[in-house]
Design a protein around this ligand. Structure first.
Ligand code: GLY
Ligand code: MN
Ligand code: MN
Length: 447
């Protein structure tokens, strides 16, 4: 039997029109300015072997190009110009380390108005930046790129007597592109939906495979197998598979413990598709049934998750969602006797922080913690249609907390959904991943 027959393969020649649309949108915000981006380079894993290349999100968002060692220049103005610098074709090197698009391919396949070998960047950059009042470049990200821009500016300054004009403002390109990335376009949403669909199947498989005796890494392997075999690039971030008190470590990635009956298992894992990330957390009982105490704790987090999602509306904001969740979590903690005294006081003095120490939401997109400002002029940014955010409240009871009921010590619960804001209200993209106690127990029992 071929285990892959039901899954459409990834399109080896993906449509590129949406990258041109993105460039047109971003170019329109540049005025007469120019944008210069770098796609990044191979990174060493050990000695002479490298990690698989993953381009810089901003660079890929505007080009669709996945090769290391590429620079793009986008000039604004009445007729925007898109220029790529790429590694030259090299028959011998390509035998060893893979095909290169080359300058000709950059024009023919990636829609560049002009393309040159990367080695000619220093020669062409001054011409491309001549007369441009400001340059948008990711500040502090790529030293070599900033240096190349700086040298081009110096060159133009020296040539000013001959009529050349250097830019004299540098802007952070991450701000420029972050604004565009915040509102997901149709191609971004299609990729996100597919990342969520694949992650949904992976979480279902993980729930079905969870039982006492299994190792966390076996669940991790299953998740990543499902991601890859269904056509995702892989994991969007290091999968967190934490049983028992490992679930109380927020960025637990060791994933090397054996699961025991009576524990809860927290799985935070999401696939990356077309360089867009899903980000999903579910918490399930290793033995298939939640205990009474675990139900009580789970129910608090689920209520917070639902109330947080209800706040993901136009004009709402991430701060209000966080406060809504905090109130519910605090009421729950008070009910369990884990915080005492006045609720408003507990919220103010952050008594909950021992059990809930992270924020409730972040933007989601090409990066799992996506681009775009959260705060504008010191005020939380109002949500708009097309924004995608996570809602991920949790409660983490330290194993050594003697004030907690013994059966809850070392329990970590998080419920994380991905939510798209529409004018009509929130759409929970991750709705198919079971999250009620009944639904989780049914899936684990073989439903
Ligand atoms: N998985 C990272 C996060 O939930 O933010
Ligand atoms: Mn998240
Ligand atoms: Mn997560």
């Amino acid at each position: 039997m071929v285990p892959f027959e039901t899954h459409a393969p990834r399109d080896p020649q993906p449509a590129l029109a949406h990258f041109a649309e993105r460039r047109a949108r971003v170019a329109a915000t540049l005025g007469e300015g120019a944008l210069v981006l770098y796609g990044g380079e191979l990174r060493t894993r050990s000695n002479d072997t490298e990690f698989r290349f993953r381009p810089d999100s901003d660079f890929h968002y505007l080009t669709g190009l996945r090769e290391p060692g590429a620079v793009m220049v986008l000039r604004g103005g009445a007729t925007p110009q898109f220029v790529l610098f790429v590694r030259p074709r090299d028959a011998e090197a390509e035998v060893w380390s893979g095909r290169r698009v080359g300058p000709e391919g950059a024009v023919a396949r990636f829609g560049a108005d002009a393309a040159h070998p990367l080695g000619e960047l220093a020669e062409h950059l001054p011409k491309l930046l001549d007369g441009v009042p400001e340059v948008h470049v990711p500040l502090g990200r790529w030293r070599a790129l900033e240096l190349a821009v700086q040298r081009a500016i110096d060159h133009l300054r020296r040539r000013n007597r001959w009529g050349e004009t250097p830019p004299d403002v540098l802007r952070d390109a991450r701000t420029t592109i972050g604004e565009d990335r915040l509102v997901k376009d149709p191609a971004a949403l299609a990729a996100l939906r597919r990342a969520v669909d694949i992650s949904t199947e992976a979480h279902l498989a993980a729930m079905r495979a969870t039982r006492p005796g299994v190792f966390e890494y076996q669940i991790e392997a299953l998740l990543e197998y499902e991601f890859r075999r269904r056509g995702a690039e892989g994991s969007a971030y290091g999968s967190i598979v934490g049983g028992g008190d490992n679930a109380t470590i927020l960025h637990y990635v060791d994933n090397d413990a054996q699961l025991r009956d009576g524990q809860l298992l927290l799985v935070d894992a999401g696939a990356e598709v077309d360089l867009f990330a899903a980000d999903i957390t579910r918490t399930t009982p290793v033995g298939g049934r939640f205990s009474l105490a675990q139900r009580e704790l789970y129910d608090i987090v689920l209520r917070a998750n639902r109330a947080g999602i209800a706040g993901a509306v136009v004009g709402g904001d991430i701060d209000s969602i966080h406060r809504t969740c905090l109130r519910i979590l605090c009421e729950g903690l008070a009910g369990l006797g884990l915080i005492t005294g006045d609720l408003d006081e507990a919220l103010k003095n952050e008594a909950y922080k021992r059990y809930y120490m992270h924020r409730t939401s972040h933007w989601l997109g090409a990066d799992v913690h996506d681009a775009g400002y959260y705060t504008l002029a010191r005020k939380p940014r109002p949500l708009q249609p097309g924004y995608v955010l996570t809602v991920e409240p949790g409660l983490y009871i330290p194993a050594d907390d003697e004030t907690a009921p013994p059966e809850l010590r070392g329990c970590g619960i998080r419920i994380e959904d991905d939510v798209l804001v529409h004018a009509e209200g929130p759409e929970v993209l991750t709705w198919r991943v079971p999250k009620t106690i009944d639904d989780i127990e049914a899936v684990m029992a073989g439903a």
